[in-house]
Write a protein that binds this ligand. Structure first.
Ligand SMILES: Cc1cc2nc3c(=O)[nH]c(=O)nc-3n(C[C@H](O)[C@H](O)[C@H](O)COP(=O)(O)OP(=O)(O)OC[C@H]3O[C@@H](n4cnc5c(N)ncnc54)[C@H](O)[C@@H]3O)c2cc1C
Length: 289
C-alpha cells in the first residue's frame, strides 16, 4: 500500500562499528530514525525514500560534528597529569614530552581513576536532527555547556520530526503519528498568528527536531559515554553517544580508546534486574555498591 506521509528523512542503516564497541543486532535495529518534513512515499522499507532525499540534497537524520576542541588535547591532559607528580617549573613541565610519555601519563591517571587532569581538554559539538525528547535527556548532563535553538525566537511552522523506529516501521503507528503531527503543525501555525511563539510552542511534541551546540570536557564525556552507550539508554541518545565517541576518538584516541558502556569496560552489568541481558549482571544495581 502506498502510504503518502509528510516526509521521510532516513532510517539509520549503518551499524557503524567502533573499535571496542560492537553494536549488536538488537541495538543496531533500534538505531534508526527519520525526520519528517515533505511528501514522500514509504514503499520499499524506506530505501527509496532515503535515496530520494539524499539526491535532493536534503539533510539525512542526526548530524553530529566536532566543531572545536582544546588544541593537542592529549598533550594538555598529560601536562596536567605531569604537573601533579613533578616539581618542574611551568616552562619545563610543559615541554619535552614524547608521544610515549603522553601515553604513559594518560594510562596512569585513567588506571588510577585520578581523572581531574582530563578536565583540561574540552570538545565542542554541533548537533542537529535530534528530538526535543533527546535534548531533554542530554541537558541532564550538568557538567557541560549548551546553546539550543530557541522555540521562543525561532518559529516552528512546518517543524520537522524525529520518528522512533518502532513507529517508522509500523504502518498503522506511522499513520496515527503523522495524522497527529499534521494537526499540530496546522494548530501551531494558527496559534502563532494570534499569540507569541513562546506560547504557541506549548502544543509542540517531544518529536520536534532541534539543534544544539554542546561543549563537554573529557571527564564529563567519560561519564556521558558510560551512561549513554549502555543498551539501557534510549536508542536516540545512544546513537548520539556513538557518533560523539567516533568524533573524539579521531582527534584523541589515547583519551577515548578505552571508554564504552559499563559492561564493555568492566565485563559485568551494573543494572541488576534492569539489565539488557547482553552480559551477565553481577546482581548489584547502581548505587548499591
Ligand atoms: C538509562 C538511564 C535512565 C535514566 N532514567 C532517569 C529517570 O527515570 N528519571 C530521571 O530523572 N533521570 C533519569 N536519568 C538521568 C540520570 O539520572 C542523570 O541525570 C543523567 O544521566 C546525567 O548524569 P550525571 O548526573 O552523572 O551527569 P552530570 O550532571 O554531568 O554530572 C556528572 C557527575 O558530577 C557529579 N555531580 C553533578 N552534580 C552534582 C550534584 N549536584 N551533587 C553531587 N554530585 C554532582 C556526579 O558525580 C555526576 O555523576 C537516566 C539516565 C540513564 C542513563
Amino acid at each position: 500500500m502506498q502510504v503518502a506521509i509528510a516526509a521521510i528523512c532516513a532510517i539509520y542503516e549503518s551499524t557503524q562499528m567502533l573499535p571496542g564497541l560492537p553494536i549488536t543486532g538488537e541495538n543496531a535495529g533500534e538505531a534508526g530514525f527519520m525526520v519528517l518534513s515533505g511528501p514522500i512515499s514509504l514503499d520499499d522499507e524506506h530505501g527509496e525514500s532515503q535515496r530520494a532525499l539524499r539526491s535532493a540534497g536534503r539533510r539525512y537524520g542526526m548530524e553530529v560534528r566536532l566543531i572545536n576542541h582544546t588544541p593537542d588535547p592529549e598533550i594538555t591532559v598529560a601536562v596536567a597529569a605531569r604537573r601533579c607528580y613533578s616539581s618542574l617549573g611551568s616552562e619545563e613541565v610543559t615541554s619535552g614530552l614524547s608521544p610515549e610519555d603522553v601515553k604513559k601519563l594518560i594510562d596512569t591517571i585513567v588506571k588510577a581513576g585520578h581523572l581531574s587532569p582530563t578536565e583540561h581538554a574540552s570538545f565542542t559539538f554541533a548537533i542537529e536532527g535530534v528530538s526535543r525528547s533527546l535534548s531533554h535527556q542530554l541537558v541532564r548532563h550538568r557538567i557541560a555547556s549548551y546553546s539550543q535553538q530557541s522555540q521562543r525566537y525561532v518559529g516552528e511552522s512546518g517543524f520537522e520530526c524525529v520518528v522512533p523506529p518502532t513507529i517508522a516501521r509500523n504502518r498503522e503507528a506511522l499513520d496515527l503519528f503523522e495524522k497527529q503531527i499534521d494537526g499540530i503543525r496546522e494548530t501551531y501555525s494558527k496559534l502563532s498568528e494570534i499569540v507569541p511563539k513562546e506560547d504557541a510552542r506549548y502544543i509542540l511534541p517531544n518529536a520536534c527536531e532541534t539543534k544544539l551546540i554542546m561543549t563537554m570536557n573529557c571527564r564529563s564525556l567519560y561519564n556521558f559515554f558510560e551512561r549513554r552507550l549502555c543498551n539501557r539508554a534510549q536508542w536516540e541518545i545512544r546513537r548520539l553517544a556513538r557518533e560523539m565517541l567516533e568524533c573524539v576518538r579521531e582527534v584523541a584516541p589515547g583519551l577515548f580508546s578505552w571508554i564504552g558502556s559499563p559492561c564493555e569496560m568492566h565485563g559485568y552489568c551494573p543494572e541488576g534486574k534492569m539489565s539488557c541481558g547482553k552480559i551477565k549482571s553481577n546482581g548489584i544495581q547502581r548505587g548499591e555498591v
